[in-house]
Design a protein around this ligand. Structure first.
Ligand SMILES: Cc1cc2nc3c(=O)[nH]c(=O)nc-3n(C[C@H](O)[C@H](O)[C@H](O)COP(=O)(O)O)c2cc1C
Length: 206
């Protein structure tokens, strides 16, 4: 085996190792609203779930290479609310454009051409073009480290789900009916294509 000490790798190389090994990562496409009322939209693949009691999820805007905090983090710290939208394959190019660093106060909704739909339990908007939205309230921001590329984990509680009717089977989202994308290392993505899925039943004996 080739060996790499995490204490000796540079920060950019650590990023390369981590993002090529922990794959595919689902993408939280996060819409938020600033204290001044402007809308923001950006993708985050450092994203996962916690438990269902309460329904808990986490994503992580890192501190920028220049030490600045991303608009998503600033907005959520100010308003404590946001929406996580899913990214289907047909949206991937335009989702990617929303990762461009527009100046603070400039909305990716208008710049990239997405439709802001009102949410039910939070003030942040939903992305109408995405077929599934989860409204969330901030539980806590956990900062791990300091300075460029340090972590700002946003832990939230899901308060409401919106799902396109066409994606439901027996009242639940059906993974065979929609094609989410996953983030890999570099510029690579994976497709959660319905024809490429397989199931593995849980074990019933030792
Ligand atoms: C697919 C994808 C996933 C990304 N995941 C993350 C992430 O998990 N954490 C992060 O800090 N930036 C991530 N980025 C970069 C942010 O989207 C980018 O910095 C964006 O400008 C942040 O926007 P904001 O300042 O409006 O919050 C990702 C970009 C793309 C295209």
């Amino acid at each position: 085996m080739a060996e790499f000490s995490a204490t000796e790798l540079s920060k950019p190389d650590l990023y390369k190792f981590m993002t090529r090994v922990v794959v595919p990562r689902p993408i939280a496409w996060v819409s938020s609203v600033g204290a001044d009322g402007h809308y923001n939209l950006a993708p985050f693949s450092y994203f996962s779930l916690g438990g269902a009691n309460p329904p808990s999820c986490v994503f992580c805007p890192t501190t920028g290479r220049d030490g600045s905090f991303k608009d998503t983090l600033r907005n959520i710290e100010a308003t404590r609310e946001y929406v996580i939208n899913v990214v289907t394959y047909d949206l991937v190019e335009r989702m990617n454009q929303t990762s461009y660093t527009y100046p603070h106060g400039v909305s990716e909704f208008s710049e990239v051409g997405f439709t802001a739909a009102p949410a039910l339990t939070v003030k942040a908007p939903r992305v109408a073009e995405s077929p599934i939205h989860m409204e969330c309230r901030l539980f806590t921001v956990l900062k791990h480290g300091d300075g460029p590329l340090s972590s700002n984990y946003i832990v939230g509680e899901i308060t409401h789900f919106h799902v396109d009717d066409a994606l439901l089977t027996d009242g639940f989202p059906d993974n065979e009916k929609f094609e989410l994308v996953g983030r890999l290392g570099g510029e690579w993505y994976s497709r959660n294509a319905p024809g490429n899925l397989f199931s593995v039943p849980r074990p019933t004996k030792p």
